[in-house]
Write a protein that binds this ligand. Structure first.
Ligand SMILES: [Zn+2]
Length: 106
């Protein structure tokens, strides 16, 4: 069984990060953790941790939904992002819902 999911990482400060990945959750969390330790790459969550020093338990992150279809997954991520408040800075969706006016019907 492959990956493909939308997930939420919660910071102790109350802010959330929503992301999607075609990988398994633990692989994606390892990537975020490496960013958060200042080792490699970029993620909005990693940046938040680097800037604030908050202690995020990446491996307690939860799967919000499974979706193997890439486009559907990115839509779901964008819809969930839009419905959430108190997100970490610069947590942006992979697709811009504005260019898909019919997305409300998904
Ligand atoms: Zn925080």
């Amino acid at each position: 069984m492959g990956g493909g999911l939308v997930y939420e990482i919660k910071c102790p400060c109350g802010k959330s990060y929503i992301g999607e990945t075609k990988k398994h959750l633990h692989e994606r969390m390892q990537q975020h953790e490496r960013v958060a330790r200042g080792l490699t790459g970029y993620s909005a969550m990693g940046k938040h941790v680097l800037e604030t020093g908050h202690k995020v338990e990446f491996f307690k992150s939860k799967v919000l939904c499974y979706e193997r279809n890439e486009l559907k997954r990115k839509f779901k991520e964008a819809l969930i992002l839009r419905s959430k408040q108190n997100l970490v800075e610069s947590n942006s969706p992979s697709v811009d819902l504005l260019i898909f006016p019919c997305v409300e019907e998904l």
